[in-house]
Design a binder for this molecule. Structure first.
Ligand SMILES: Cc1ncc(C[n+]2csc(CCOP(=O)(O)OP(=O)(O)O)c2C)c(N)n1
Length: 343
């Protein structure tokens, strides 16, 4: 780690800031090669199969929580994470497991936490609720309190900026969570300090049973960016390659010290808010559902049939095995709730 330091003031704290980029800071993000497309497809298939199994599990077994399906929204998380380096941070409120799997997290830790088993990434603490994490690869966890991701992601981005590591932080959120004060408050500072922070909105137009259009002053979340002087980009969130490309541009901008970008991926929530949601507020001929394009099929079109088939079969097998192993693993002892508690 090279680089000269100068001291800057952030509030009352004096902090050392690097003036030169380090070797790791200069490292570019991944290019869209055939190998990367295959890896994206495999990860998307893992996320989809995990979702399918959780839907079945929720229906057939006793599940101590809610499964918030991400089916249909996988192109957003898989496309976005594919443009990141392993040491970049993701903080998400996303549905399903696409952000964690896209970043490279093993499904065993995810299932272990979901089912409250000792094999979970947090030793089973996340039972029923997606609180898994893997800080070693920048999977910083899911914020169950909407709006909690922005300040912590901004903090990670500030730390990366001060250390001069070239890392970026991503704050993923739903359209409903853009109404939180923390969204706007952090954007002021992130834009002013040119933090390497990417705001990533998965806009499915639904806030539980409410339509965004009923409660928001703007149709596009990306419009908010203009007020803070940062780029706001809208992308087809069903298309992982399109998402990858806009994310790559935002990442390059952030690493170059040019500050945040707000990306809005227009996505479709295929299932209920949670599995078991009777969805009385939604008809099967909802325009969203009628015009739905499956992100798995869209990504498949970039690969030879045989390759896609084999990757999908492997992913299905891996998820099934990991699920069975989690079901067979010991249930976590309640005393773990006192572990890793700092105050
Ligand atoms: C501060 C806060 N308020 C309310 C909730 C309850 N809640 C959980 S998800 C949700 C809707 C979120 O909608 P959106 O942000 O659009 O994400 P989506 O569920 O569509 O993915 C609400 C209101 C919460 N978790 N946190």
């Amino acid at each position: 780690m090279g680089g000269r330091f100068y001291v800057t003031k952030i509030g009352k704290h004096e902090m050392k800031k690097q003036t030169k980029k380090t070797d790791s800071a200069a490292a570019p993000g991944p290019a869209l090669t055939q190998e990367l497309l295959e890896s994206m497809f495999y990860r998307m298939a893992l996320a989809r199969h995990l979702d399918t199994i959780m839907a079945r599990h929720t229906k057939e077994q006793r599940f101590d929580g809610f499964w918030h399906s991400g089916e249909g929204q996988e192109a957003a998380s898989i496309g976005a994470t594919a443009a990141l380096r392993p040491d970049d941070y993701v903080f998400y409120q996303g549905r399903g497991a696409g952000w964690a799997i896209g970043k490279g997290m093993a499904p065993a830790g995810i299932f272990g936490d979901l089912l409250g088993r000792v094999t979970g990434a947090t030793g089973g603490k996340g039972a029923g609720s997606p609180h898994w994490c893997d800080p070693a690869i920048g999977v910083m966890g899911d914020g169950a309190t909407l709006g909690s991701v922005y300040p912590v992601a901004a903090g990670a981005a500030l730390a990366a900026q001060l250390r001069g590591t070239g890392q970026v932080a991503v704050a993923d959120f739903g359209d409903g969570a853009s109404a939180r004060g923390t969204f706007h408050e952090t954007m002021v500072s992130a834009a002013a300090w040119k933090l390497p922070l990417i705001y990533f909105c998965e806009n499915n137009g639904l806030i539980v049973s409410m339509r965004l259009a009923e409660v928001a002053p703007t149709e596009n979340i990306a419009d908010y960016a203009r007020g803070y002087g940062i780029p706001g980009v809208i992308v087809d969130g069903q298309d992982a390659v399109a998402v990858f490309r806009v994310m790559q541009e935002a990442v390059d901008r952030a690493r170059a010290g040019k500050g945040p970008t707000l990306i809005e991926a227009k996505v479709v929530r295929v299932r209920g808010h949670y599995d078991g949601d009777p969805q009385q507020y939604r008809r099967p001929d909802d325009p969203d559902l009628v015009g739905y394009r499956d992100p798995v099929e869209l990504l498949r079109s970039h690969l030879p049939d045989k390759v896609a088939q084999s990757l999908q079969a492997r992913a299905q097998q891996e998820i099934q095995q990991v699920y069975e192993a989690a079901c067979a693993a010991p249930v976590a002892d309640l005393s773990i709730i006192w572990k890793d508690v700092y105050a």
